[in-house]
Design a protein around this ligand. Structure first.
Ligand SMILES: [Zn+2]
Ligand SMILES: [Zn+2]
Length: 271
């Protein structure tokens, strides 16, 4: 299994996951031209991607999904609520997935869970390689952590978790009170502190990579986010790596193995 974060944050999200030559996206919040540029940087043809699982209908996750499906023949998957909220998915022959019900693609199994966020029926996604058993979780845009999320993340080899904001920076930042309240709410976005706590609680002997994602450009910075989770993990037996996903550059590949994730080359692509 290979995993790249093609971009992460309120200006667009997409995660590429490859298992045994089969490729899927989790979210496509970039227009087709931007996405093609990100994929070109890692030498992946957009038409080689088979499916795109859309987590929710916010534009930074769904904005390019239907156009990508039309242009490159991807099969779209989304929850009933997400499909109802975004008619273009239905027009692009999206398949409805049952939240909490596992389904199989060619070389991988997909598990999902409901997440608390101010969208119709948002989901977290876990992908497990059918051949190696390696697994990766993508879980961003959540106001708080619940038992379903902990179950989805349990024993995963690679975790991509939202670390959206520093609570102090959110309090004192320039956002209007209504936006601040939305971000910090139970259905908003996950703080660095809550992300660190989740990562710490999810440590098991095989977890070897945590990737922090969906960082706010106004109420966070890479060092602050990294410190929060790395410090929390340093108090545990965790000896793996902590990386930060970028908004404008590709990060990866992460190569989770069942039992041990390796990060072959930690690099970001300048675009
Ligand atoms: Zn988002
Ligand atoms: Zn969202």
């Amino acid at each position: 299994m290979k995993v790249w974060v093609l971009g992460s944050g309120s200006a667009g999200n997409a995660v590429l996951i490859e298992c045994g030559g089969s490729r899927i996206l989790v979210d496509c919040g970039f227009g087709t031209r931007t996405l093609a540029g990100r994929l070109k940087a890692i030498d992946v043809a957009p038409a080689s991607i088979e499916a795109c699982i859309v987590t929710h209908e916010h534009a930074d996750h769904i904005g390019g999904a239907a156009a990508g499906a039309r242009k490159w023949g991807w099969q779209l998957y989304a929850s009933r609520g997400t499909m109802n909220a975004w008619p273009a998915l239905v027009e692009a022959s999206c398949i409805q997935l049952g939240v909490g019900t596992a389904f199989a693609l060619e070389r991988m199994q997909i598990d999902t869970c409901a997440i608390p966020h101010d969208a119709a029926m948002p989901i977290g996604v876990r992908v497990t390689s059918s051949s190696t058993g390696a697994s990766a979780v993508v879980c961003t845009d959540l106001g708080h952590v619940n038992d379903g999320i902990r179950t989805l993340c349990a024993d995963a080899d690679l975790l991509i978790l939202e670390s959206n904001h520093d609570e102090g920076m959110l309090r004192t930042g320039s956002y209007p009170p209504s936006v601040r309240a939305r971000i910090g709410s139970r259905v908003g976005h996950l703080s660095n502190r809550a992300c660190a706590q989740l990562a710490r609680d999810m440590v098991h002997k095989n977890l070897s990579h945590v990737v922090l994602a969906h960082l706010s450009e106004n109420c966070n910075d890479h060092g602050t986010a990294h410190r929060a989770t790395a410090n929390a993990l340093s108090l545990t037996r965790y000896r793996g790596a902590v990386s930060v996903a970028m908004q404008h550059t590709v990060v990866g590949p992460f190569t989770p193995k069942a039992g041990r994730t390796q990060h072959e080359t930690q690099y970001a692509f300048a675009l």
